[in-house]
Design a protein around this ligand. Structure first.
Ligand code: GTP
Length: 498
């Protein structure tokens, strides 16, 4: 058997399609599915999103009217230019300072969807990574005339790195190939091989014309009687919501509420699993154990809470809990330690400097961390290269994180909230990287003998007050307080609150 034939066999044997109605009756999941669309410039991404919004009737009537008016003559086929629907997003993009992702919403009678639209240019890795970090599924567009491009590998690599395991390959503009079946099948086969090399096993390839609306929401049977697979929307309706797959209960504590002497509640948004009264929980990092007596949301007392619920938790005994602690299920706990491995995406022109100390923020916790790059991903080949130098903007790197104090994480594969973080440059207060925890390291982490000072950037008036206090006089060796401009302080507070 030739190498190509062997590869073809391997591909067909191990890559499965996403379930679709005819072959796999599954219980429908009604939670919103988050998806990301990626493609090279002009592959038809805007047209596809516009078409999805249009055919699912997500476009409001006034928008529809202006669409007909604006696109009018420009289109040979007499069809509205769906890409115009996304014009509004351009303004949002231009305002975006750090991250450039726009979200659109649509629904069918079976499910609702949130689509992240990210620009296709090479330098926008960071935007794509951001969109992909919350997505359950990626739709990769290719032009049916061009087939797979370097950009396709790049996007598939980033999406898989960000934890996406379900892919749709949208072979778009199939109308411009005369609905060529053999051409479609070759592209689908090439992509399945690429997917296998990335460890992606759930791939559905769909021939489509976003412009004409074939196999997007409605079937394109007249033009493509040879295609019997699902439409894009059918595939999306049956895909799995990833946020459901989390390990035990996790509540990062955002606030301790003490409205009266007798009531003490711990507030936050559940970041994984579920909780009910009577459950035993551990408070990390202290390791104290307590039982849940009550769960409150707004004024309602609840008998259970699940991931995504904002709650106040009441425990059966007095325990020492502070903002930044995590309340977790006793039987399935996160990892705690001083050193972790992570993958990060560098977001700012300053890149990530080796050995530099940053603030790491994950949920309500903010800690000092030293970051040491170990390797960098070559996005052209999908290979990792040893790299202990600075990571430039848009680079994806593996890094070692060394903390001054105990840190608490789940691996990102298991929980996308408690496994994710951002890095903040303490000198500028800019968010310089987004990252995912891959594993805990057994090293003893890094309290740096020569660098024990904590730098607090505060608005000038507050900084002056604190510097004048007795408490500060006693801790002058450990704490360095910097006066910031109002703008910077606001940015810092925004970062901390988000
Ligand atoms: N014939 C045909 N043309 C299409 C199809 N999809 C998109 N186009 C056209 O291809 C061109 C590019 O489409 P866009 O939707 O703007 O592409 P894009 O990928 O969003 O491009 P950028 O916004 O520049 O990244 C437009 O002229 C579309 O009308 C299709 O299925 N068939």
């Amino acid at each position: 058997m030739s190498a190509t034939a062997t590869a073809a066999l391997a591909a067909s044997a191990t890559v499965t399609s996403l379930p679709h109605a005819e072959t796999a009756p599954v219980v429908r999941d009604t939670r919103p599915l988050r998806l990301i669309t990626c493609g090279s410039v002009d592959d038809g991404k805007s047209t596809l999103i516009g078409r999805l919004l249009w055919d699912t009737k997500a476009v409001k009537e006034d928008q529809a009217a202006s669409l007909h008016r604006d696109s009018g003559k420009q289109n040979d086929l007499g069809l509205p230019d769906f890409a115009l629907l996304l014009d509004g997003l351009q303004a949002e993009r231009e305002q975006g300072i750090t991250i450039d992702v726009a979200y659109r919403y649509f629904s069918t009678d079976k499910r609702s969807f949130i689509v992240a639209d990210t620009p296709g240019h090479e330098q926008y890795t960071r935007n794509m990574a951001t969109g992909a970090s919350t997505a359950d599924l990626a739709v990769l567009l290719v032009d049916a005339r061009a087939g797979l491009l370097e950009q396709t590998r790049r996007h598939a690599t980033i999406a898989s790195l960000m934890g996406i395991r379900q892919f749709v390959l949208a072979v778009n503009k199939i109308d411009l190939t005369g609905y060529d079946r053999a051409g479609f099948e070759k592209i689908a086969h090439d992509f399945k091989e690429l997917a296998l090399s990335l460890g992606i096993r759930q791939v559905t390839a769909i021939p489509m014309s976003a412009l004409k609306g074939e196999n997007v929401v409605y079937r394109g049977t007249d033009a493509m009687p040879w295609y019997e697979g699902p439409t894009l929307v059918e595939t999306l309706e049956l895909a799995t919501v990833r946020s459901a797959q989390t390990v035990g209960f996790r509540l990062p504590v955002q606030r301790v509420s003490r409205p009266g002497e007798s009531f003490r509640g711990y507030q936050g948004t559940v970041a994984g699993g579920s909780v009910k009264p009577g459950d035993s929980v551990a408070i990390l990092p202290s390791g104290m154990i307590a039982n849940v007596t009550k769960i409150v949301t707004f004024d309602l007392v609840r008998n259970a809470a699940v991931a995504g619920d904002a709650i106040t938790l009441v425990l059966d005994r007095q325990v020492d809990v502070a903002r930044g602690d995590m309340i977790v299920s006793l039987e399935s706990q996160p990892q705690i330690g001083l050193a972790f491995d992570a993958q990060i995406v560098a977001l700012q022109p300053s890149g990530i400097e080796p050995g530099k100390r940053y603030w790491l923020k994950s949920g309500s916790r903010r800690q000092r961390v030293t970051v040491q790059p170990a390797s960098q991903l070559d996005l052209k080949t999908g290979k990792w290269h040893h790299h202990a130098e600075a990571l430039p903007m848009n680079a994806i790197g593996k890094v070692h994180l060394a903390f001054d104090e105990i840190a608490i994480f789940d691996p990102y594969e298991q929980n996308r909230t408690t496994g994710a973080f951002i890095l903040i440059d303490p000198d500028t207060n800019n968010t310089v990287a987004g990252g995912m925890i891959t594993a805990r390291r057994n090293d003893i982490g890094g309290i740096h003998e020569n660098d024990r000072r904590v730098i607090l950037s505060l608005p000038a008036d507050l900084a002056d007050q604190i510097m004048a206090s007795e408490a500060f006089a006693n801790r002058r060796d450990e704490v360095d307080i910097r006066r910031t401009t109002a703008g910077r302080a606001a940015e810092l507070l925004d970062d901390l609150d988000n």
